[in-house]
Design a protein around this ligand. Structure first.
Ligand SMILES: N[C@@H](CCC(=O)N[C@@H](CS)C(=O)NCC(=O)O)C(=O)O
Length: 222
């Protein structure tokens, strides 16, 4: 093995995308194995590699890690993106969990039935604008620092930037009432590691299309 973390998931965003973001933001290169068939997925289950028969799977530092949040917090801790003490870490956890709740709506959106799409899109817009983005706008405004926690770039910032860009893909003007978020977005997308991740040809995955949705349904159908 090359020593690089090895990620096993589908060739699409899903639950793995935040892990790709965090590794990329930390400047860590990784390898990927893409599941394309149910047989491939069943084989890794049969081999006993997936603790709960679920992906994402990340092989890192001799471990076969599953559970998205466990993987993310390991990576955040390992690469100094997890605050300087327990209190900063608690804050990062709260921010991240909030953003993950918003991202969950975005994750499920492509699987909405056609008649529910408009309503679900409205809910994403409503939640982003009225519940989640105002929190981060206020935090940044109140402490006047560049980043969310401890005046230092952290996992919380990475998660926020991923979420902002994901919401903007669906609701382009969503940041118009959030000047602080515009600033942190600009600052972050110009950081060398993130800039690289946002360039074509990087491991960042495109928004889910019909083929991705079909592949997910095919692989995970019972
Ligand atoms: N709590 C787990 C959930 C993982 C999960 O639901 N993964 C899906 C793919 S995105 C899966 O493997 N589904 C198959 C199954 O649950 O049987 C995590 O956050 O990693």
């Amino acid at each position: 093995m090359s020593g690089k973390p090895r990620l096993t998931y589908l060739n699409g965003r899903g639950r793995m995308e935040s892990i790709r973001w965090l590794l990329a933001a930390a400047g860590v290169e990784f390898e990927e194995i893409f599941l394309e068939t149910k047989e491939q997925y069943e084989k890794i289950i049969k081999d006993g590699i997936l603790m709960f028969q679920q992906v994402p799977l990340v092989e890192i530092d001799g471990m076969k890690m599953v559970q998205t949040r466990a993987i993310l917090s390991y990576v955040a801790g390992k690469y100094n993106l997890y605050g300087k003490d327990l209190k900063e870490r608690a804050l990062i956890d709260m921010y991240v969990e909030g953003i993950i709740d918003l991202m969950q709506m975005i994750l499920m959106f492509p699987f909405s039935p056609p008649e529910a799409k408009e309503k679900n899109l409205d809910s994403i817009k409503e939640r982003a604008t009225n519940r989640y983005f105002p929190v981060f706008e206020k935090v940044l405004k109140q402490h006047g620092q560049d980043f969310l926690v401890g005046n230092k770039f952290s996992w919380a910032d990475v998660q926020l930037i991923e979420a902002i860009l994901a919401v903007e893909e669906k609701v382009p003007a969503v940041l118009s009432g959030f000047p602080q978020l515009q600033v942190i977005l600009l600052l972050s997308i110009n950081m060398p590691t993130i800039k690289k991740f946002l360039q074509p040809g990087s491991p960042r995955k495109p928004p889910p299309d019909e083929h991705y949705v079909e592949t997910v349904l095919k692989i995970f159908s019972k």
